[in-house]
Design a protein around this ligand. Structure first.
Ligand SMILES: [Zn+2]
Length: 272
């Protein structure tokens, strides 16, 4: 099925006993919310594996989805300029980096400023060359996606180079009062906080010629902590992990952040 029409997705999933769901990470949560509203337990759906693509997904976000739907979450990567999803994918066994199909795509990671190739393990921009594509081959194409490469053997036994989960795009980087931050770093810091739902939004403004960044997170429906407690916990977590404190943290009740049924979720609203 294509995107949207979530009631029908759920109906087909139950009728046909669908085992694997392929969608954006945010849509899998949307689907879980929708299932609950229909009186279904998301963990009881027949799906055992979700393949996530098209949006960056941090480990805390993946864990939140795995718990909610009782699934194994697998990251897939691709880009429409090359092949769409399928340039690389995680293995079910290790879930530890995405195996690049090296017989088809030659990956490099380069320094964002200089374009020089970086050693294994260092984060930079992913550059791809297609080795077998006809009609529209690409040579050292700068993807704009930030990741790193690893050449060590995977626990699953496959020997292809692996890339880490994409942490952001070179054009997503937020520059706030001289600090460079990716939205995924904020996601990684706040989504694992006990009592916080895997939803957030970042708003950027200019006030008195200064950048102002405001973060909105959502209280989980079953949270024990109050809104006030969560605000200070989130604030402290950002300070401790990123040495960054937003100008405001607002915690809204469950369901308070707008969801996206189709397409990619929008997390950052830059009003500057
Ligand atoms: Zn593997």
């Amino acid at each position: 099925m294509g995107g949207g029409d979530t009631a029908k997705q759920l109906e087909l999933m139950c009728d046909l006993g669908s085992d694997v769901l392929a969608c954006t990470p945010s849509y899998s949560l949307y689907l879980a919310d929708h299932a609950e509203r229909q009186g279904l337990d998301p963990a009881e759906l027949p799906v055992s594996t979700v393949i996530f693509g098209a949006e960056p997904c941090t480990d805390p976000m993946r864990e939140a989805i795995e718990r909610r739907l009782d699934v194994t979450g697998i990251d897939i990567y691709g880009l429409s300029e090359i092949v769409g999803p399928g340039v690389s994918v995680e293995c079910h066994e290790a879930q530890n980096g995405l195996h690049v199909w090296e017989d088809r795509f030659y990956p490099e990671v380069v320094d964002l400023e200089t374009g020089e190739p970086l050693p294994a393990g260092e984060a930079g921009e992913l550059v791809l060359t297609t080795l077998s594509k006809e009609a529209l081959p690409v040579l050292r194409y700068r993807t704009g996606d930030v990741t790193s490469l690893r050449y060590d053997a995977c626990d699953c036994g496959r020997t292809t180079v692996r890339m880490d989960n994409v942490t952001g795009r070179t054009d997503d980087m937020l520059v706030v009062r001289g600090l460079n931050l990716y939205p995924s770093q904020i996601e990684a810091a706040v989504v694992g906080v006990d009592g916080v739902a895997p939803q957030y939004r970042i708003d950027l403004h200019t006030r008195n010629n200064l950048d102002v960044i405001e973060l909105t997170v959502e209280r989980a429906a079953d949270a024990d902590r109050t809104v006030g407690e969560l605000e200070s916990v989130v604030f402290d977590r950002l300070d401790a992990t990123l040495s960054f404190t937003p100008d405001a943290v607002e915690v809204v009740e469950a369901g308070g952040i707008e969801r996206t049924e189709t397409g990619k979720v929008k997390r950052v609203y830059d009003h500057r």
